[in-house]
Design a protein around this ligand. Structure first.
Ligand code: MN
Length: 200
């Protein structure tokens, strides 16, 4: 598996007005790109070079910190970009919709709980919808951590995530992280997330 900066499946201005073009451009071409470069430098000429991230994450506590931190950020950003799409439908359907309703009672309750967890994650980090054998749950992680890592408090298969590092929203939303989270719901790529949920 080659670690590269992925091309986005939409243009930098495609998520306007919810996420502005400048934020997208800097986030992808500066922040994400730097994580990729630092990861490649950290694994170069080591036994971890060329190893898939999903094989490294379950033993992340045993690898050097630059591998863990940058590797986590590479994966997390890849999923974040794929968690969004312009013109998304507003709610999931099918098996994912049923799993969410079963767990949270309603889609609106799920959204409220996810928003709350994302808003209250202390400092830099991520909020996630994950699944374990078809059961969905919400979790948040700090810094570079993700639910595939052995150090995560709650583990599971990531379905989608939101980046709540300040660099994800500060240009447009300043310190108002809850406003960014509210805007994010207009972008959630439910069609792609349904597919990820159904993949074994
Ligand atoms: Mn980020």
């Amino acid at each position: 598996m080659k670690i590269e900066l992925p091309e986005l499946q939409y243009s930098y201005d495609a998520l306007e007005p919810y996420i502005d073009e400048e934020t997208m451009k800097i986030h992808h071409t500066k922040h994400h790109k730097k994580y990729v470069e630092k990861y490649k430098a950290a694994v170069q000429d080591t036994e971890l070079e060329g190893k898939p991230l999903n094989e490294i994450f379950p033993m992340i506590s045993k690898v050097p910190f630059p591998v863990a931190s940058n590797g986590g950020q590479v994966y997390n950003h890849n999923l974040f970009w794929r968690s969004m799409a312009p013109g998304s439908k507003k709610e999931p359907e099918g098996a994912l919709a049923e799993a969410i309703t079963k767990e949270f009672g309603s889609f609106d309750t799920f959204k409220e709980k996810f928003s709350e967890i994302a808003a209250t994650q202390f400092g830099s980090g991520w909020a996630w919808l994950i699944s374990n054998d078809g059961k969905v749950s919400i979790t948040s992680t700090s810094n570079h951590i993700n639910p595939l890592m052995d150090i995560a408090e709650t583990r599971g298969k990531p379905l989608f995530c939101i980046d709540v590092w300040e660099h994800a929203y500060y240009l447009k939303y300043k310190n108002k992280r809850p406003d960014f989270i509210k805007a994010f719901w207009n972008l959630v790529n439910w069609t792609g997330i349904e597919l990820r949920f159904e993949q074994k």
